[in-house]
Design a protein around this ligand. Structure first.
Ligand code: DOR
Ligand code: ZN
Length: 419
């Protein structure tokens, strides 16, 4: 299909016309389908480096298809699928399966992440090379959900991926310091009598890993940074030139540990929600570039795994369909910042050529159109995700994703998924 996106503002600039043909942004031509984009802002398609799609294994919570649809509706054109599926994505066979399911769904590019260790067990390195050279072309490896706690294994993994410029994405959680933890360790956990997850459990692993990455000369990516202290460790490492990148989630940019007081497990997440001071430091770090990207950590969970008592509930929250509105609610229409932290930088980290590019003639037509003046109440029953565990239910958020295009084909039009 060929489109004329009429009167659109590219990253907040004066309205213009954008032509799309043969999968790319094209020079003006006649006979295109007109999309009236007056008042809409065009952004390069968003890219998520941290999505849980749950397939294979927990198709009751999400599938590659339902998660892809949620992503497209959120303005995404590419997502990186985390490896903590069942079976774990620790072989060429499983990553190829996820990659193929993504292609079949055809709503976003699904780039599988491979596990670092067999079964995420932290004992034996997985077949990183086989996953890298598979059809899935894996470049990011992560045991997310678990920390690669063994420093020798972490060092070996960093050494191994250096050969093909791969990256190890670490879930930074010193397991001995978080045994039995239920929420952030601080005043609120003391008041509620819940076992705390201290900030230092994250900071100690990040400090160790930036030193390992520096020693090896390899690339480290830090998942879901959640504390002010982690920001300082990253700031220093980056100043020294360590090859480290970092992400923050929308929920860690917005919500605090006070929300645990109602014991509603929708607010249980790992790493846990932190304090107002941490939130402020994370917001500033994203502005400074100490934190490179916003990543959703979209973590769908079935009702029985979430609507139970706090201690037994699984950690994690939905994120794909609300990420851009949350970021807009915090930062306002800073379109350059949003395009960089939600599209360009994540595409660069994940090595996704074709995503995160400029919306100029000849570039792949991966983009999303946003109505910044619209406001929407988050209604869990309207989400495309198969799960319902959004912490934003009932909140009014700015910004409606009106359309998304993947290589020139609409995946979302008029705010609705095309298929
Ligand atoms: O809250 C979380 N949920 N944190 C993780 O690290 C894993 C994720 C999940 O898979 O549900
Ligand atoms: Zn994680």
């Amino acid at each position: 299909m060929a489109y004329l996106i009429k009167g659109v503002s590219i990253l907040g600039a004066a309205p213009t016309d954008l032509f799309i043909k043969d999968g790319v942004i094209a020079a003006p031509f006649e006979g295109a389908e007109v999309v009236d984009a007056g008042g809409l802002v065009a952004l390069p398609g968003l890219v998520d480096v941290h999505t849980h799609l749950r397939e294979p294994g927990r198709e009751d919570a999400e599938t590659v298809e339902t998660g892809s649809r949620a992503a497209a509706l959120g303005g995404y054109t590419a997502v990186c699928a985390m490896a903590n599926t069942s079976p774990v994505a620790d072989t060429a066979g499983v990553v190829e399966q996820v990659w193929r399911l993504g292609r079949e769904a055809g709503l976003v590019d699904v780039q599988p992440i491979g596990a670092v260790t067999v079964g995420l067990a932290g004992k034996q390195m997985a077949e990183l090379g086989a996953m890298a050279s598979s059809a899935a072309n894996v470049r990011i490896f992560s045991d997310d959900g678990f920390c690669v706690a063994d420093p020798k294994l972490m060092r070996r993994a960093l050494e191994y991926v250096k050969a093909f410029d791969g990256v190890i994405a670490q879930h930074a959680e010193e397991p001995r310091l978080t045994e039995g933890a239920q929420m952030h360790e601080g005043e609120v956990s003391t008041r509620l009598g819940l076992t705390g997850w201290p900030a230092v459990a994250e900071e100690a692993i990040i400090a160790r890993d930036v030193l390992l990455a520096e020693h090896v000369g390899s690339r480290l990516h830090v998942c879901h940074v959640s504390t002010a202290g982690s920001v300082e460790v990253l700031r220093q490492a980056k100043a020294r030139g360590v090859r480290v990148t970092a992400e923050v989630t929308p929920h860690h940019l917005l919500l605090t540990d006070e929300l645990a007081a109602g014991y509603d497990p929708v607010f249980k997440v790992n790493p846990p929600l932190r304090t107002r001071k941490d939130v402020e430091a994370l917001r500033q770090a994203l502005l400074d570039g100490v934190i490179d990207v916003v990543a959703t950590d979209h973590a769908p969970h079935a009702v029985q795994d979430k609507e139970c008592e706090w201690a037994h509930a699984r950690p994690g929250m939905l994120g794909l369909e609300t990420a851009l509105p949350i970021v807009l609610s915090i930062y306002g229409p800073q379109w350059e910042l949003i395009a960089d932290r939600m599209s360009r930088a994540p595409a660069r980290i994940a090595g996704l050529a074709g995503h995160g590019g400029d919306l100029t003639v000849g570039s792949p037509a991966n983009l999303t159109l946003v109505d910044p003046s619209a406001r929407r109440v988050v209604d869990p029953s309207e989400l495309a995700s198969r799960s319902r565990n959004t912490p934003y239910a009932g909140m009014t958020l700015p910004g409606r994703i009106v359309a998304t295009f993947l290589r020139g084909e609409a995946t979302v039009l008029d705010g609705k998924a095309v298929k």
